[in-house]
Design a protein around this ligand. Structure first.
Ligand code: CO
Length: 134
């Protein structure tokens, strides 16, 4: 069901500090910060080894990562996104196997313009998993 990792998302409290830590300490190339107000985040993309790291900083009052950062003030891994061929088939498999899908279970258009779903972290080893149909 799961294909390759599309991206790993890391919530950061301060993008300038994150740029230093990833750009200087780890020495990776990164995009410029891209505000995505419709998703409540500013994103820096790091392309690495055929996949991506996304650094997410809250943007606006109702950012979906604000609560995570309250609980993890230094930042941390927020979710892993896997590619799937058929997101509805993947959802039905998850529901049939006791995993909860966040929201009403209908795929939404994600930050890359493709249908996405999130699986409840309590149902998968405490890890928020995003599925993206490619
Ligand atoms: Co994502």
């Amino acid at each position: 069901m799961l294909e390759k990792i599309n991206h790993i998302a890391i919530a950061v409290p301060d993008m300038e500090q994150a740029k230093q830590e990833w750009g200087q300490k780890l020495g990776v190339n990164m995009s410029d910060p891209l505000p995505q107000p419709e998703h409540g985040v500013t994103v820096i993309f790091i392309e690495l080894g055929g996949t991506k790291i996304e650094l997410l900083e809250p943007l606006g009052d109702a950012s979906p990562i604000s609560r995570f950062l309250e609980q993890n003030p230094d930042g941390g891994m927020h979710h892993i996104c896997f590619e799937v061929d058929d997101i509805l088939k993947a959802r039905d498999h998850l529901l049939a196997n006791g995993a909860r899908v966040l929201g009403d279970g209908t795929p939404k258009i994600g930050a890359h313009g493709k249908p996405v779903l999130f699986i409840h972290p309590k149902d998968v080893t405490g890890t928020l998993i995003e599925l993206e149909q490619v």
